[in-house]
Write a protein that binds this ligand. Structure first.
Ligand SMILES: *[C@@H]1O[C@H](CO)[C@@H](O)[C@H](O)[C@H]1NC(C)=O
Ligand SMILES: *[C@@H]1O[C@H](CO)[C@@H](O)[C@H](O)[C@H]1NC(C)=O
Ligand SMILES: [Zn+2]
Length: 321
């Protein structure tokens, strides 16, 4: 009896053609560190060679790699439109890279259930822009299990947990540039600050931070490829999708298009079977308060996130091209 069983086993594994691989399993019991995110991406690239490509797009001030994952359905069709998502611009908005990793998991590991999303689109995702700031925010010892409110200026461990900027020192002695005030369009307008000690410090010049340079590089690359690009930058925790413009109170030319795309997203979230009902709203940014130098060219960034929270996270959307 032993021999036939043995043969059957061989036939089955031969028939499947591929050996059983251990695939990276996305864990949701804790927030990934930057290193864990990098390892997770590398694991996906190894296991899903046909669908996944990693690209180092720059380095942080403290020399951490910034890595995008490009996800496609592997059919080899060129010039598909592309959806670019980034997260973690603000160090304390921990939930945002978790959201980005969840999207990656759904597109790569759960490809079969979601493959229609890859039929006509390639996805490029940069899950953690502000890797230095996030690592610093994690380093606080207190408030590990609590929901906290970042009504900074704050001090001590609360200041660490509520850190928002990158970790590049400024000449005046304070640390950090607000990466989401460091972009060129409308730089310095609205609530962007010239004071290096402020949480919305715009940097000493446009694109002075290597992290904002990396995001610009990805966007310019995609834009110059002539493909349609949808850019989503994930922030937390306001629960609103914003679209241009924000540095000035003017409607974008394709305002109606933004409104439609955003409403479709809100409707989809409302229909989804989430534990917490979706309460998303939408609006142009200037309706809130003007802000310049953000990655969405002029849209307003959502304020004051909280690292430990189960509130819905805010999305910010910009349709480019
Ligand atoms: C950054 O990426 C490069 C190329 O993959 C690798 O050789 C290097 O070890 C990485 N650096 C860190 C700090 O992980
Ligand atoms: C946080 O909560 C988890 C689960 O209840 C517990 O295992 C862990 O020890 C807590 N950590 C701290 C620092 O209190
Ligand atoms: Zn933010």
């Amino acid at each position: 009896m032993l021999l036939p069983l043995f043969l059957v086993t061989i036939l089955i594994s031969g028939g499947l053609g591929t050996p059983v691989r251990s695939r990276p399993q996305y864990q949701t019991d804790d927030y990934y560190t930057h290193e864990e995110i990098q390892d997770y991406l590398k694991g996906l690239a190894k296991s899903y060679t046909r669908h996944v490509k990693l690209t180092n797009v720059g380095k942080t001030y403290e020399n951490r790699n910034l890595t995008t994952i490009t996800i496609s359905n592997g059919d080899g069709r060129k010039h598909k439109n592309v959806i670019f998502i980034d997260a973690g611009f603000h160090a304390r908005e921990w939930l945002t890279h978790t959201a980005a990793l969840n999207i990656i998991d759904k597109l790569v590991v759960s490809y079969e259930e979601n493959k229609q999303l890859l039929q006509d689109y390639d996805w490029v995702i940069l899950p953690l822009v502000n890797a230095d700031g996030y690592t610093y925010s994690r380093s606080g010892k207190k408030f590990t299990n609590e929901t906290i409110t970042c009504s900074c200026p704050c001090a001590g461990d609360l200041e660490i947990k509520c850190w928002r900027k990158n970790r590049e020192p400024n000449k005046q002695g304070c640390t950090g540039t607000d990466l989401n005030r460091n972009f060129g369009h409308g730089w310095g307008k609205g609530d962007a600050s010239s004071n290096p000690c402020e949480i919305t410090y715009k940097g000493h010049s446009k694109f002075s931070a290597s992290e904002s340079q990396a995001v610009r590089r990805v966007l310019l690359d995609l834009a110059s490829s002539g493909r349609g690009v949808l850019y989503l930058s994930i922030h937390s925790p306001v629960g609103e999708i914003f679209y241009p413009w924000g540095a000035e109170a003017i409607k974008a030319e394709n305002y109606k298009e933004h409104e439609e795309v955003v409403q479709a997203g809100i409707d989809a979230m409302a229909k989804a079977n989430f534990q917490f009902p979706s309460i998303y709203k939408q609006g142009p940014l200037y309706g809130l308060y003007p802000t310049g130098g953000t990655s969405r060219r002029s849209t307003r960034a959502v304020p004051h996130g909280q690292p430990d929270t189960d509130k819905p996270f805010g999305w910010t959307g910009l349709v480019v091209g």
